[in-house]
Design a protein around this ligand. Structure first.
Ligand code: NAD
Length: 341
């Protein structure tokens, strides 16, 4: 099958080409993101392969459909960038890679927690400048602290398992309970209780209308003083302006984010030497107790291998008329979990 791969980086090409050797699909790699302006590049391609910042909205899908595209293969888990209703109306199937790096993302969240707590990002710079003073590097023991996990699917559960190993108490909130987390000793509570009792709050739920700006001025007001907030899920779960106010008032003691609401203008590109126009992002990076990484939580060798393998397995299912376990079916009024057939 002819497959147009958008938002291609060298590492995507390396792993996709390696996984394509049995099937020998005709892969054409495009560096630009998919949008209504670039969709014309996919004319004549039955399949299009996209990542998190490709905009697969209704106008883009119409252009793709008129060019003969019948399949969108997401090489990521989140699908908030795809208009599933428009795809269904146009007869375009959408498949995704639901679990390519749950350990990678959970471990990255732990990396943010440890770095912020023990101020490893500051220590790294100090020691390189022969400054061996400990002043300002005081941390706290994770043992005995309470971690609140919002969204206890694949990644949230693994974070719970890891933090349990540190000797933390686990509070959880999800619209569905995960029995494995409860067996671990995790306790499901309503959000206000989680906010009020957690020393560390980590977000692992999908971005949906119900979770948009889940962390806002009102929820921050309910949190413990000096709370640590971690977001490796999707940027718009957090109202960044409210978090900046929380950091300024010192209510929020630490912020670790791998995702940012307006990240599509910044992340995955080398903008060194450019003038960044996003004043909110620039303000965020001035705080000493804020650590931002550029959507790299998933970025492990294992993840890129799994993404490539699953993407071609999904494409093979659709090409050969089999039912694909990773197809996203548009079902209005149904919760996120039920969207996956
Ligand atoms: P998952 O589907 O296994 O788990 C998501 C959980 O969120 C589910 O248990 C679901 O019931 C729960 N949920 C749904 N609605 C909720 C709500 N309103 N409130 C609380 N919980 C709710 O997904 P996962 O693989 O654990 O991934 C979690 C998120 O991580 C994804 O949505 C994706 O956005 C993000 N992600 C980020 C990266 C990265 O590199 N930073 C990589 C992969 C995934």
């Amino acid at each position: 099958m002819k497959i147009a791969v958008f938002s291609t980086k060298a590492y995507d090409r390396q792993f996709l080409e390696a996984a394509n050797s049995p099937a020998q699909h005709e892969l054409v790699f495009f560096e630009p993101r998919l949008s209504r302006n670039t969709a014309i590049l996919a004319a004549g391609f039955p399949a299009v392969c996209v990542f998190v910042h490709d905009l697969v909205d209704a106008p883009t899908l119409k252009i793709l459909a008129s060019g003969g595209t019948r399949l969108i293969a997401l090489r990521c888990a989140g699908f908030n960038n795809v208009d599933l209703q428009a795809a269904a109306d146009l007869g375009i199937k959408v498949v995704r890679v639901p679990a390519y790096s749950p350990y990678g993302v959970a471990e990255h969240a732990v990396g943010l927690i440890l770095s912020l707590n023990r101020k490893i990002h500051h220590a790294f710079n100090r020691v390189r400048e022969s400054n061996f003073s400990l002043t300002g590097l005081l941390g706290f023991n994770l043992n005995g602290r309470t971690v609140g996990i919002i969204g206890t699917g694949k990644i949230g559960l693994i974070l719970g398992q890891i933090m349990k190993g540190f000797g933390c108490k686990i509070l959880a909130y999800d619209v569905y309970r995960n029995a494995e987390l409860e067996q671990l000793g995790g306790k499901y509570v309503e959000l206000p209780e989680l906010f009020a009792n957690s020393d560390i709050i980590s977000l692992h739920c999908p971005l949906m209308p119900e979770t948009h700006h889940l962390i806002n001025a009102e929820s921050i007001a309910q949190m413990k003083p000096k709370v640590m907030l971690i977001n490796t899920s999707r940027g718009a779960l957090i109202d960044t302006q409210a978090v900046i106010e929380g950091l300024k008032s010192r209510k929020i003691g630490f912020l670790g984010v791998d995702v940012y609401e307006q990240e599509s203008d910044l992340f995955f590109e080398d903008l060194s030497g450019e003038i960044i126009q996003d004043d909110v992002f620039q303000r965020l990076t001035t705080f000493p107790n804020v650590l931002v990484t550029g959507h790299q939580a998933f970025f492990t060798e294992e993840a890129l291998h799994n993404i490539a393998e699953t993407t071609f397995a999904n494409i093979a299912d659709v090409e050969q008329g089999r039912s694909c376990p990773n197809e996203l079916i548009y079902q209005p009024e149904v919760a996120d979990k039920a969207l996956v057939s």
